[in-house]
Design a protein around this ligand. Structure first.
Ligand SMILES: [Zn+2]
Length: 333
Protein backbone atom coordinates (compact mmCIF):
# COMPACT_ATOMS: atom_id res chain seq x y z
CA UNK A 1 0.00 0.00 0.00
CA UNK A 2 2.78 2.33 1.02
CA UNK A 3 4.64 1.37 -2.15
CA UNK A 4 1.57 2.24 -4.30
CA UNK A 5 1.29 5.64 -2.57
CA UNK A 6 4.91 6.36 -3.33
CA UNK A 7 4.34 5.48 -6.99
CA UNK A 8 1.29 7.80 -7.04
CA UNK A 9 3.32 10.66 -5.49
CA UNK A 10 6.14 10.08 -7.97
CA UNK A 11 3.62 10.01 -10.86
CA UNK A 12 2.10 13.31 -9.71
CA UNK A 13 5.58 14.90 -9.46
CA UNK A 14 6.50 13.61 -12.94
CA UNK A 15 3.18 14.88 -14.28
CA UNK A 16 3.78 18.32 -12.76
CA UNK A 17 7.31 18.37 -14.17
CA UNK A 18 6.02 17.42 -17.63
CA UNK A 19 3.34 20.12 -17.44
CA UNK A 20 6.01 22.64 -16.35
CA UNK A 21 8.49 21.60 -19.02
CA UNK A 22 6.07 21.24 -21.92
CA UNK A 23 3.58 24.00 -21.24
CA UNK A 24 4.57 26.58 -18.60
CA UNK A 25 8.28 26.93 -19.48
CA UNK A 26 7.71 27.36 -23.24
CA UNK A 27 4.94 29.86 -22.57
CA UNK A 28 7.25 31.82 -20.27
CA UNK A 29 10.06 31.76 -22.84
CA UNK A 30 7.70 32.77 -25.66
CA UNK A 31 6.30 35.59 -23.58
CA UNK A 32 9.85 36.75 -22.67
CA UNK A 33 10.96 36.75 -26.28
CA UNK A 34 7.69 38.27 -27.33
CA UNK A 35 8.36 41.17 -24.97
CA UNK A 36 11.83 41.58 -26.43
CA UNK A 37 10.56 41.59 -29.98
CA UNK A 38 7.99 44.23 -29.16
CA UNK A 39 9.21 47.39 -30.94
CA UNK A 40 10.60 49.97 -28.53
CA UNK A 41 8.42 52.99 -28.09
CA UNK A 42 10.03 55.80 -30.09
CA UNK A 43 11.27 58.76 -28.12
CA UNK A 44 9.09 61.83 -28.40
CA UNK A 45 10.03 63.55 -31.62
CA UNK A 46 11.83 66.76 -30.92
CA UNK A 47 10.16 67.86 -34.17
CA UNK A 48 7.42 68.95 -31.85
CA UNK A 49 9.65 71.85 -30.72
CA UNK A 50 7.68 75.03 -31.16
CA UNK A 51 9.42 77.56 -33.31
CA UNK A 52 8.94 80.92 -31.61
CA UNK A 53 7.39 83.80 -33.48
CA UNK A 54 10.08 86.26 -32.41
CA UNK A 55 13.76 86.15 -31.48
CA UNK A 56 15.80 88.72 -29.56
CA UNK A 57 18.87 89.84 -31.49
CA UNK A 58 21.66 91.88 -29.91
CA UNK A 59 22.82 94.53 -32.39
CA UNK A 60 26.50 95.30 -31.84
CA UNK A 61 26.65 98.69 -33.58
CA UNK A 62 23.78 100.22 -31.58
CA UNK A 63 24.13 98.01 -28.44
CA UNK A 64 20.35 97.56 -28.65
CA UNK A 65 18.44 94.29 -28.39
CA UNK A 66 15.76 94.01 -31.07
CA UNK A 67 12.82 91.64 -31.18
CA UNK A 68 12.67 90.30 -34.73
CA UNK A 69 10.18 87.91 -36.35
CA UNK A 70 11.96 84.56 -36.31
CA UNK A 71 11.67 83.75 -40.02
CA UNK A 72 12.64 87.35 -40.94
CA UNK A 73 15.72 86.88 -38.77
CA UNK A 74 16.56 83.64 -40.64
CA UNK A 75 16.31 85.52 -43.97
CA UNK A 76 18.57 88.28 -42.61
CA UNK A 77 21.15 85.63 -41.64
CA UNK A 78 21.07 83.96 -45.07
CA UNK A 79 21.59 87.44 -46.57
CA UNK A 80 24.52 88.01 -44.22
CA UNK A 81 26.14 84.62 -44.64
CA UNK A 82 25.70 83.48 -48.27
CA UNK A 83 25.85 85.20 -51.68
CA UNK A 84 22.29 85.61 -52.96
CA UNK A 85 23.28 84.44 -56.44
CA UNK A 86 24.05 80.96 -55.08
CA UNK A 87 21.74 78.18 -56.27
CA UNK A 88 18.29 78.05 -54.67
CA UNK A 89 18.97 74.63 -53.08
CA UNK A 90 22.16 75.97 -51.46
CA UNK A 91 20.22 78.98 -50.11
CA UNK A 92 17.60 76.60 -48.70
CA UNK A 93 20.32 74.49 -47.02
CA UNK A 94 21.75 77.68 -45.50
CA UNK A 95 18.27 78.71 -44.30
CA UNK A 96 17.76 75.36 -42.52
CA UNK A 97 21.23 75.54 -40.95
CA UNK A 98 20.65 79.14 -39.79
CA UNK A 99 17.20 78.32 -38.40
CA UNK A 100 18.51 75.23 -36.57
CA UNK A 101 21.44 77.14 -35.06
CA UNK A 102 19.20 80.00 -33.88
CA UNK A 103 16.70 77.63 -32.31
CA UNK A 104 19.43 75.78 -30.42
CA UNK A 105 20.72 79.12 -29.12
CA UNK A 106 17.24 80.05 -27.89
CA UNK A 107 16.74 76.70 -26.17
CA UNK A 108 20.21 76.75 -24.58
CA UNK A 109 19.84 80.29 -23.30
CA UNK A 110 16.54 79.47 -21.54
CA UNK A 111 15.02 82.66 -20.19
CA UNK A 112 18.34 84.50 -20.33
CA UNK A 113 20.69 85.32 -23.17
CA UNK A 114 24.20 84.40 -24.23
CA UNK A 115 26.98 85.02 -21.66
CA UNK A 116 28.55 87.49 -24.11
CA UNK A 117 25.26 89.34 -24.73
CA UNK A 118 22.95 88.50 -21.82
CA UNK A 119 19.96 90.35 -23.26
CA UNK A 120 19.64 88.05 -26.28
CA UNK A 121 20.37 84.46 -27.32
CA UNK A 122 21.97 85.65 -30.58
CA UNK A 123 23.87 88.68 -31.85
CA UNK A 124 24.31 90.02 -35.36
CA UNK A 125 27.96 89.30 -36.17
CA UNK A 126 30.25 86.31 -36.64
CA UNK A 127 30.21 85.62 -32.89
CA UNK A 128 26.82 84.02 -33.62
CA UNK A 129 25.68 84.51 -37.22
CA UNK A 130 25.89 87.62 -39.40
CA UNK A 131 22.42 89.20 -39.58
CA UNK A 132 21.36 92.18 -41.69
CA UNK A 133 17.83 93.61 -41.73
CA UNK A 134 16.22 94.93 -44.96
CA UNK A 135 16.99 98.57 -44.09
CA UNK A 136 20.70 97.78 -43.62
CA UNK A 137 20.69 95.64 -46.76
CA UNK A 138 19.19 98.45 -48.84
CA UNK A 139 22.11 100.65 -47.73
CA UNK A 140 24.94 98.18 -48.32
CA UNK A 141 23.59 96.35 -51.37
CA UNK A 142 22.66 97.62 -54.82
CA UNK A 143 19.10 98.25 -55.97
CA UNK A 144 19.52 95.30 -58.32
CA UNK A 145 20.44 93.06 -55.36
CA UNK A 146 17.34 94.22 -53.46
CA UNK A 147 15.18 93.58 -56.56
CA UNK A 148 16.60 90.15 -57.45
CA UNK A 149 18.86 88.77 -54.69
CA UNK A 150 16.70 89.52 -51.66
CA UNK A 151 13.53 87.92 -53.14
CA UNK A 152 15.53 84.73 -53.84
CA UNK A 153 16.59 84.58 -50.19
CA UNK A 154 13.02 85.19 -49.03
CA UNK A 155 11.79 82.32 -51.25
CA UNK A 156 14.49 79.95 -49.93
CA UNK A 157 13.44 80.75 -46.36
CA UNK A 158 9.72 80.45 -47.17
CA UNK A 159 10.23 77.13 -48.99
CA UNK A 160 11.82 75.61 -45.87
CA UNK A 161 9.66 77.44 -43.31
CA UNK A 162 9.90 75.82 -39.88
CA UNK A 163 12.26 73.04 -41.04
CA UNK A 164 15.14 72.13 -38.77
CA UNK A 165 17.81 69.45 -38.47
CA UNK A 166 17.79 66.59 -36.02
CA UNK A 167 20.34 63.97 -35.13
CA UNK A 168 18.95 60.91 -33.36
CA UNK A 169 15.72 62.88 -32.99
CA UNK A 170 17.49 65.58 -31.04
CA UNK A 171 17.88 69.10 -32.31
CA UNK A 172 21.25 69.63 -33.98
CA UNK A 173 23.06 72.15 -31.82
CA UNK A 174 26.09 72.96 -33.91
CA UNK A 175 25.25 73.17 -37.61
CA UNK A 176 28.61 74.79 -38.34
CA UNK A 177 29.50 75.97 -41.81
CA UNK A 178 32.38 77.63 -43.61
CA UNK A 179 33.08 79.17 -47.00
CA UNK A 180 35.08 76.35 -48.62
CA UNK A 181 36.98 73.35 -47.35
CA UNK A 182 39.63 72.84 -50.01
CA UNK A 183 38.17 69.44 -50.97
CA UNK A 184 37.47 67.72 -47.66
CA UNK A 185 35.83 68.86 -44.44
CA UNK A 186 37.17 68.23 -40.94
CA UNK A 187 36.23 66.15 -37.92
CA UNK A 188 35.08 68.65 -35.26
CA UNK A 189 37.62 67.41 -32.71
CA UNK A 190 40.52 68.14 -35.09
CA UNK A 191 39.60 71.83 -35.17
CA UNK A 192 37.64 72.46 -32.00
CA UNK A 193 37.47 70.58 -28.72
CA UNK A 194 34.85 67.86 -28.87
CA UNK A 195 33.88 65.10 -31.27
CA UNK A 196 30.36 65.86 -32.51
CA UNK A 197 28.80 62.83 -34.24
CA UNK A 198 27.32 64.77 -37.17
CA UNK A 199 30.45 66.91 -37.72
CA UNK A 200 32.56 64.28 -39.50
CA UNK A 201 35.16 64.69 -42.20
CA UNK A 202 33.53 64.19 -45.63
CA UNK A 203 34.59 64.80 -49.23
CA UNK A 204 33.54 68.12 -50.65
CA UNK A 205 33.80 67.26 -54.30
CA UNK A 206 31.84 70.09 -55.92
CA UNK A 207 33.65 73.20 -54.79
CA UNK A 208 36.15 73.67 -57.61
CA UNK A 209 34.51 77.04 -58.38
CA UNK A 210 35.42 78.34 -54.92
CA UNK A 211 37.67 81.40 -55.17
CA UNK A 212 40.06 80.36 -52.42
CA UNK A 213 42.17 77.67 -54.08
CA UNK A 214 45.96 77.82 -54.01
CA UNK A 215 46.24 81.25 -52.44
CA UNK A 216 49.86 82.09 -51.87
CA UNK A 217 51.11 84.22 -49.00
CA UNK A 218 54.75 85.35 -48.99
CA UNK A 219 56.26 86.17 -45.61
CA UNK A 220 59.88 87.31 -45.12
CA UNK A 221 61.67 84.71 -42.99
CA UNK A 222 62.61 87.32 -40.34
CA UNK A 223 58.98 88.48 -40.04
CA UNK A 224 57.81 84.85 -39.89
CA UNK A 225 60.10 84.21 -36.90
CA UNK A 226 59.33 87.53 -35.21
CA UNK A 227 55.54 87.12 -35.36
CA UNK A 228 55.71 83.59 -33.97
CA UNK A 229 58.05 84.72 -31.20
CA UNK A 230 55.48 87.38 -30.21
CA UNK A 231 53.14 84.61 -29.09
CA UNK A 232 55.74 81.89 -28.41
CA UNK A 233 58.62 83.55 -26.56
CA UNK A 234 60.49 80.23 -26.28
CA UNK A 235 61.12 80.21 -30.04
CA UNK A 236 64.84 80.16 -30.82
CA UNK A 237 64.77 82.40 -33.91
CA UNK A 238 68.31 81.36 -34.87
CA UNK A 239 67.04 77.77 -35.26
CA UNK A 240 64.38 78.79 -37.83
CA UNK A 241 65.52 77.97 -41.35
CA UNK A 242 64.57 76.09 -44.51
CA UNK A 243 65.11 72.68 -42.95
CA UNK A 244 63.29 73.39 -39.66
CA UNK A 245 60.03 74.73 -41.11
CA UNK A 246 58.00 71.69 -42.06
CA UNK A 247 54.57 70.10 -41.71
CA UNK A 248 54.71 67.16 -39.30
CA UNK A 249 51.14 65.89 -39.30
CA UNK A 250 47.85 66.48 -41.09
CA UNK A 251 44.24 65.93 -39.97
CA UNK A 252 41.88 63.61 -41.84
CA UNK A 253 40.51 66.64 -43.70
CA UNK A 254 43.99 67.68 -44.82
CA UNK A 255 44.61 70.61 -42.48
CA UNK A 256 47.96 71.00 -40.80
CA UNK A 257 47.69 69.38 -37.38
CA UNK A 258 51.26 70.10 -36.34
CA UNK A 259 54.17 71.98 -37.82
CA UNK A 260 57.81 72.26 -36.82
CA UNK A 261 59.17 75.80 -36.63
CA UNK A 262 62.77 75.81 -35.40
CA UNK A 263 62.83 74.28 -31.93
CA UNK A 264 59.03 74.35 -31.53
CA UNK A 265 56.08 72.22 -32.62
CA UNK A 266 53.04 74.40 -33.37
CA UNK A 267 49.47 73.66 -34.39
CA UNK A 268 48.35 74.55 -37.91
CA UNK A 269 45.53 76.67 -36.54
CA UNK A 270 48.04 78.70 -34.49
CA UNK A 271 49.89 79.52 -37.70
CA UNK A 272 46.53 80.37 -39.32
CA UNK A 273 45.73 82.82 -36.51
CA UNK A 274 49.17 84.41 -36.32
CA UNK A 275 49.33 85.13 -40.06
CA UNK A 276 45.60 85.57 -40.72
CA UNK A 277 45.58 82.71 -43.24
CA UNK A 278 42.29 81.82 -44.90
CA UNK A 279 42.64 78.20 -43.84
CA UNK A 280 44.82 75.79 -41.87
CA UNK A 281 44.82 73.65 -45.03
CA UNK A 282 48.21 74.82 -46.33
CA UNK A 283 51.61 73.82 -47.60
CA UNK A 284 54.74 75.66 -46.56
CA UNK A 285 58.17 76.04 -48.11
CA UNK A 286 61.12 78.37 -47.82
CA UNK A 287 62.68 79.99 -50.87
CA UNK A 288 65.68 82.15 -50.13
CA UNK A 289 64.63 84.49 -47.33
CA UNK A 290 60.91 84.08 -47.96
CA UNK A 291 58.40 81.66 -46.43
CA UNK A 292 55.76 80.64 -48.98
CA UNK A 293 52.44 79.49 -47.55
CA UNK A 294 49.80 78.21 -49.97
CA UNK A 295 46.30 77.77 -48.58
CA UNK A 296 43.28 75.87 -49.90
CA UNK A 297 39.76 76.75 -48.80
CA UNK A 298 38.45 79.46 -46.52
CA UNK A 299 37.30 78.91 -42.95
CA UNK A 300 37.57 76.29 -40.22
CA UNK A 301 36.49 73.46 -42.51
CA UNK A 302 33.93 71.91 -40.14
CA UNK A 303 30.33 71.16 -41.24
CA UNK A 304 28.82 72.50 -44.45
CA UNK A 305 31.06 74.01 -47.11
CA UNK A 306 29.00 76.81 -48.66
CA UNK A 307 30.81 76.61 -51.99
CA UNK A 308 30.48 72.84 -51.83
CA UNK A 309 26.74 73.24 -51.20
CA UNK A 310 26.47 75.51 -54.23
CA UNK A 311 28.39 73.01 -56.35
CA UNK A 312 26.15 70.15 -55.19
CA UNK A 313 23.07 72.24 -56.04
CA UNK A 314 24.47 72.91 -59.54
CA UNK A 315 24.97 69.16 -59.92
CA UNK A 316 21.28 68.59 -59.16
CA UNK A 317 21.31 67.76 -55.46
CA UNK A 318 18.50 69.03 -53.24
CA UNK A 319 18.94 71.03 -50.04
CA UNK A 320 18.22 67.92 -47.95
CA UNK A 321 20.87 65.98 -49.93
CA UNK A 322 23.33 68.80 -49.20
CA UNK A 323 22.54 68.95 -45.48
CA UNK A 324 22.66 65.16 -45.10
CA UNK A 325 26.01 65.08 -46.90
CA UNK A 326 27.73 67.69 -44.77
CA UNK A 327 26.03 66.81 -41.45
CA UNK A 328 26.46 63.05 -41.07
CA UNK A 329 23.34 61.17 -40.02
CA UNK A 330 20.93 64.11 -39.71
CA UNK A 331 17.27 64.29 -40.67
CA UNK A 332 15.48 67.40 -41.87
CA UNK A 333 11.82 67.99 -40.96
ZN1 LIG B 1 26.78 86.35 -30.38
Amino acid sequence: MKHKRNILKLSIIICLMVIFCLIILPLTIVSLFHDEEEPLQPLPKTGTIDIPEYINVYRHSSAITESVKFEDYVAGVVAGEMPSNFEMEALKAQAVAARTYSLSKIIRSGDGGNPDHPSAPVCDDTHCQVYRDPIELSKIKSKEWMDTGWPRIISAVDATKGQIMYYGEELVEQPLFHSSSGGKTENSEDVFVSAVPYLRSVDSAFESAAPYYDEQVKIPLSEFSRKIKNTHSDLDTKAVNKSTIKVLERSSGGRVASLQVGNLTLKGREIREIFGLRSANFTVSVQGNTVLVTTDGYGHGVGMSQWGANGMAQAGYSYTDILKHYYTGVEVY
